[in-house]
Ligand binder design. Structure first.
Ligand code: BEZ
Ligand code: FE
Length: 640
């Protein structure tokens, strides 16, 4: 268990499409009367629109923001702010414009309304990075955190793809470094993982349609979430290296992040493999560092420092500057390590994946199904293969493990027969039967809940009259069951076919006992005009599922018990109604909370009431007996 501190620090966020129309209201909200509007020339159109909507509140505009927030530029802008008596800043643009706004707030405490047009994320932090005399320094203070951020997805629709990519990977870096930060905690972790998932999904979809609103919303929300992590926990080696390369060598900010991130991840992976696995899971790839590299490459982002015109001979100085001060990082930062990392980044070498990249093999198998005439079959097989391959790669499956699985399935087949359904049992004990059952039943809410069929149903049980004794002398507490079948409105369903089956007092179904002569404890009834039938049986008891096969070995290997909660099975069919396969469980019975096939549902747990005295049909029983009264509801099929 890791102790942690979580603090909520808030920036008001307005998110949507066309939200720049709300900038004026947000300015008024923070008490601004004279606005200094920061926007680069590239964003003239938007700046004009916002300027017009601000009307008399607009005091001045400054369009000179520069990358890495040089203090000279800040001084210049400060002059404009003061000479115009501005009391509020509205900044429209990327990280540089936001940086300038924060630098002004750090000096004057003016309230800020930021309208981001890239995926910087810095708009929700209290951190300011500035460059003075070629060195980048960062500081943090409450007044630096913008009061309000207005995210307008529309402004990002036309952000060029290359810029979108580098900007989004810059945001991704915030989420990644948050996840292995020493200050990481559950809230930031979940925010960061969601950011990773959104950004990678957005990036993959970007090329297909850069102006898709949902893709852009994913990227923008991802960047915002990643930014909040950046503001909550400290960053590590990646940010230090990028600040060095940007501040001291003038490399472009987002591009540098894009090149460096996979290499820092590969460096840190040795120290935090479990974090990398979570990131890989959110990215949907087998290996996080290689996955980020592949993602960047696949969307045409820069993958080497060489591409960014970083002189190779400057690498040693970059190593020295990046390692000159001690700072937090999950793995010890050594000159040698950073030199190797930067050399790989300079060459654009794909980080060695913990697992080989087998995407091509998966793609080949998937392509082999391309001509499957049945569309549903093609889609099921394609997805199954993708998931199986990904299961193997993410778990780094060994040949011995795979062979053990094949032997297990072979054994499952070998032990199966007409009366032994080991595959059904496997599906049941893995909860898969209950999942499929729920998928169907949750769509027929008018019916009584269903439950798994189980492996002991036999089609065509003996048809018997109402009142028949299914137990015929089998030992056990006598049970009288009075059952009704109705439609969802309570109207009786006459002539419904109802199969009933259950295990004996020792926990065996008849088909498990080869010496038995004919069916026992199973029968078929037809409901009367009142939707009714009744029968004698015995009170069911908990029983073990068969454990002399592979499923038993699986339960043993996992420390699970093999018991089913006591129950009676029912299968009910009536024309015009949904077929119902279900079970009734004995209230107070054993294993209701840990049924080994996950079949128990609350509304199926019913009282099997202890009773004494005369029986409903006058039959004489020794001692007490139980009584079950239950009404099954069957939803109507569409059109009837
Ligand atoms: C049964 O209740 O008959 C059953 C269901 C699933 C697995 C084994 C037995
Ligand atoms: Fe059963």
């Amino acid at each position: 268990m890791k102790p942690f501190v979580h603090e909520v620090r808030s920036t008001r966020v307005v998110f949507g499409s066309g939200t720049i129309s709300q900038v004026r209201a947000e300015v008024e909200r923070v008490g601004g009367n004279r606005v200094l509007l920061l926007a680069s020339k590239r964003l003239d159109d938007v700046a004009q629109r916002v300027g017009e909507s601000l009307g008399p509140l607009l005091a001045a505009r400054f369009d000179g923001a520069a990358m890495h927030t040089p203090v000279e530029v800040t001084e210049h802008a400060l002059g404009v702010l003061r000479s115009n008596s501005a009391d509020c800043v509205v900044a429209i643009g990327g990280g540089s414009t936001t940086g300038l706004s924060k630098a002004l707030a750090a000096r004057t405490n003016v309230p800020q309304v930021i309208v981001p047009t890239t995926y910087s994320g810095s708009e929700v932090t209290a951190v300011l990075g500035e460059t003075a005399e070629g060195r980048k320094t960062t500081r943090s203070a409450p007044e630096i955190r913008p009061e309000t951020v207005v995210y307008d997805v529309d402004l990002t629709l036309s952000l060029p793809v290359d810029l979108s990519v580098t900007s989004a990977v810059n945001a991704l870096a915030h989420a990644v470094e948050a996840l292995y930060s020493p200050q990481s905690e559950p809230v930031t972790d979940s925010i960061a993982l969601d950011a990773v998932a959104r950004i990678s999904r957005g990036l993959r979809a970007l090329a297909a349609d850069p102006s898709d609103v949902d893709t852009r919303a994913d990227l923008l929300i991802g960047a915002w979430l990643a930014g909040t992590c950046l503001g909550s926990v400290g960053m590590s080696l990646h940010h230090k290296i990028c600040h060095t390369l940007g501040g001291s060598f003038g490399l472009p900010h987002a591009e540098t992040h894009t090149v460096v991130l996979p290499h820092v991840m590969a460096y840190n992976a040795k120290a935090v493999p479990e974090v990398m696995e979570r990131i890989a899971g959110a990215l949907g790839v087998p290996d996080a560092p290689a996955g980020v590299f592949d993602l960047v490459e696949s969307v045409g982002g820069p993958t080497s420092l060489r591409q960014l015109d970083f002189p190779r001979e400057d690498l040693p100085l970059a190593v020295e500057l990046s390692t000159s001060r001690v700072y937090q990082n999950p793995r010890e930062v050594t000159g040698e390590g950073v030199a190797a990392l930067l050399s790989d980044a300079w060459h654009g070498k794909r980080p060695a994946s913990r697992v080989p990249d087998l995407g091509w093999l998966t793609d080949e198998v998937v392509a082999s199904f391309a001509r499957t005439p049945d569309k549903r079959l093609r889609s099921l097989l394609t997805d199954l293969v993708r998931r199986l391959h990904s299961f193997a790669t993410t778990n780094d499956l060994t040949q011995a493990e795979w062979q053990a699985a094949v032997d297990f399935l072979t054994g499952t087949g070998q032990i199966s027969s007409d009366v032994r359904q080991e595959f059904v049992l496997l599906s049941d004990t893995l909860g898969l039967s209950s999942v499929v059952d729920a998928l169907t039943n949750s769509r027929t809410p008018d019916s009584t809940s269903s439950a798994v069929l189980g492996p002991f149903y036999v089609d065509g049980p003996p048809a018997v009259e109402s009142g028949t004794d299914l137990a015929e002398g089998v030992a056990g507490t006598p049970l009288w069951a009075d059952i009704r079948v109705t439609d969802p409105d309570g109207a009786p369903i006459a002539d419904a076919v109802v199969d009933v089956w259950q295990a004996d007092d020792d926990g065996f179904y008849d088909i498990q006992l080869p010496d038995l002569d004919g069916p026992v404890l199973r029968a078929r009834f037809r409901t009367d005009a009142d939707g009714r039938f009744a029968f004698w049986s015995i009170l069911p008891s908990a029983y073990p599922i068969p454990v002399d096969g592979p499923v038993g070995r699986m339960l043993q290997a996992t420390g699970r018990h093999q018991y089913r909660a006591p129950h009676v099975h029912f299968m009910i069919s009536a024309p015009g109604h949904h077929k119902l396969i279900t079970q009734l469980f004995v209230a107070g019975g054993e294993y209701l909370d840990s049924d080994t096939v996950f079949g128990v549902k609350d509304d199926l747990v019913v009282d099997f009431v202890p009773t004494g005295g005369p029986t409903p049909d006058g039959r004489v029983v020794d001692g007490g007996w139980r009584r079950l009264d239950f009404t099954f509801r069957l939803g109507r099929t569409t059109g009837s």
